[in-house]
Design a protein around this ligand. Structure first.
Ligand code: XUL
Length: 529
């Protein structure tokens, strides 16, 4: 019996299949939108726009991608008849808009025609705004101001009014395209849209994605939309039905139903295969990493972990999303992250012939950073190539009394300072003794050791680390199919890469608070944007 995890991310679709009984990953594969669908002319999955603040994708392309995903599995010789569970995650905050015909069309799809052919006429808004969109400053301000006397949007929804969240995005579009809004019967988060096609009915959004909207309440036991927020939205739109268009919100992994017969007849998926509620990529990643804390060291760095006591950040330092039943999680995004290492590799580690060394050459990079033993006097820096979001600081590289000309000193200071920042800004998360690290930077062993020392926890990475989010989805299905706990499912399916384990170095532990205090002082004095 197999479980399938699917991810619809910004740039690509990723697929992973587990053999549930043998507790083994038997398939992983991906395709990107730009190369697979040149007709949509996306760049990095995003449609061209003259206004760089506007970042949208094509819902038509995403529908096409769902067919292509199953064609790929078939082409790659996966026995689809063994699939008994499917769950999807999507980039968070992306919304898809459909008219009233969607409900009937999706229930009666003809396997002899494509999904796009049948569903394109159900789309009521031609483009879908994604998480990179920043064109909603006015609408976010409106939400903040009009909810100030109602307790504040942060306390109502868990997040400040974010430009990329559906609250501000829907408000802007519905104000300017009121006719389209009237034609729209359902507004889906991307994860719920794909899930609705998979299940052949309107699927609920889970708390993982539903809490990333600024439209939700913070009642973890009773997922739903906030009457206060909906009423200020309706007031501004002079209509009283946004709530009806959003559908239901359900717990993470809620059972949506059996697979839509379209997929059984066309791709031979087992007719008993279950479809679980979809979720956002960040909650899915957390589960794929074992469920406690996941640090992602990509172009930006993120720290993503369970938050026992829900306490919203007024400054937006972290976002709160729902997670597994009765749990919430917090996500901090450190904008600068891996971009700085690319910059330092170019600046400081030229080969003798002048050529820049490969980014993948972490061994040489690690060597340049020096020994793992720390002193309390380490050089520290604030390394912001662009304005930083955690903490909110202006761009610029500030070195605390050392020269920018010494390559080794700079590389060492960058690693130490970034790891200190990860720790300093993760106080709101629960203490854990194991941290799963994913993303390209997980190969930076110097950084892995620093994170281990500063969090006083074992760091490790996992096999298939690039597929952590769809892997989390596949684990969810396996958990439900086997009727076991999340902890058991993580033990059974998450495969630690044993070569990647780092444990805290005893001699370094007394230095941690000294370094954290020095770093915090440096940070406090840096200018805000
Ligand atoms: C989270 C966010 C991004 C997207 C990326 O709030 O905006 O991490 O989920 O896919």
């Amino acid at each position: 019996m197999y479980s399938l995890g699917m991810e619809f991310s910004t740039q690509s679709v990723k697929l992973i299949v587990l053999d549930v009984n043998k507790a083994k990953t038997i398939y992983s594969g991906a395709f990107d939108y730009d190369n697979t669908f040149p007709e949509f002319q996306t760049k990095g999955g995003v449609l061209d726009s003259e206004n760089t603040d506007i970042r949208h994708t094509s819902p038509h392309m995403l529908i096409k991608a769902l067919d292509v995903a199953f064609e790929k599995l078939k082409h790659d010789n996966l026995d689809l008849s063994k699939i008994r569970g499917i769950k999807t995650d999507g980039m968070q905050h992306c919304t898809v808009y459909v008219n009233n015909s969607f409900k009937t069309v999706v229930k009666a799809l003809n396997p002899d025609a494509t999904l796009l052919h049948q569903l394109q006429k159900t789309i009521s808004r031609e483009t879908a705004p994604i998480w990179e969109d920043r064109s909603t400053v006015k609408e976010a301000k409106y939400l903040t101001t009009s909810l100030k006397n109602e307790g504040g949007i942060e306390n109502i929804t868990g997040n400040r009014a974010e430009l990329r969240f559906p609250g501000a995005q829907i408000l802007k579009w519905a104000t300017h395209s009121h006719e389209e809004y009237k034609e729209t019967s359902y507004i889906f988060l991307l994860s719920a849209f794909i899930t609705s096609i998979l299940a052949g009915k309107i699927a609920p959004v889970d708390t993982g994605d539903g809490w990333g909207t600024n439209l939700n309440t913070l009642d973890i036991n009773n997922p739903g939309w906030s009457k206060k927020v909906l009423s200020v939205m309706d007031e501004s739109l002079k209509e009283s039905s946004l709530g009806n268009r959003l559908g239901k919100m359900a717990h993470y992994d809620a059972m949506v139903g059996k697979i839509n017969p379209y997929f059984t007849e066309k791709y031979n998926i087992h007719p008993d295969a279950i479809v679980l509620a979809g979720t956002g990529d960040n909650p899915a990643t957390l589960l794929g990493c074992g469920g406690q804390i996941a640090v992602s060291l990509g172009s930006s760095y993120t720290v993503n972990g369970v938050m026992e006591k829900i306490s919203p950040s007024l400054s937006g330092e972290y976002n709160i999303f729902g997670y597994t039943r009765e749990k919430a999680m917090a996500l901090s995004v450190f904008t600068n992250g891996g971009k700085l290492h690319d910059h330092f590799l170019r600046k400081y580690l030229k080969k003798p012939d002048g050529e820049t060394i490969q980014k993948e050459d972490w061994a040489r990079y690690g060597k340049a950073a020096g020994p793992s033993l720390l002193s309390g006097d380490e050089n520290l820096m604030l390394p912001y190539l662009m304005d930083e979001s955690v903490p909110l600081k202006k761009r610029g590289i500030i070195r605390a009394d050392f020269s920018q000309d010494d390559p080794e000193a700079n590389i060492r200071a960058l690693n130490i300072s970034q790891a200190l920042s990860l720790k300093l800004h993760s106080h709101h998360l629960d203490y854990v003794n194991k941290i799963c690290v994913v993303g390209g930077g997980a190969s930076n062993t110097f950084m892995m050791q620093l994170i281990s020392d500063f969090f006083n926890a074992t760091t490790y990475t996992i096999k298939n680390a690039g597929y952590a989010a769809p892997f989390g989805c596949a684990i969810s299905c396996a958990k439900v199919l086997l009727n076991i706990s999340y902890e058991d499912a993580a033990d059974r399916f998450v495969e630690t890469d044993d070569t990647s384990l780092h444990k805290p170095i005893k001699e370094n532990l007394p230095k941690v608070d000294i370094l954290l205090d020095r770093y915090a002082a440096l940070e406090t004095n840096a200018p805000a944007p």
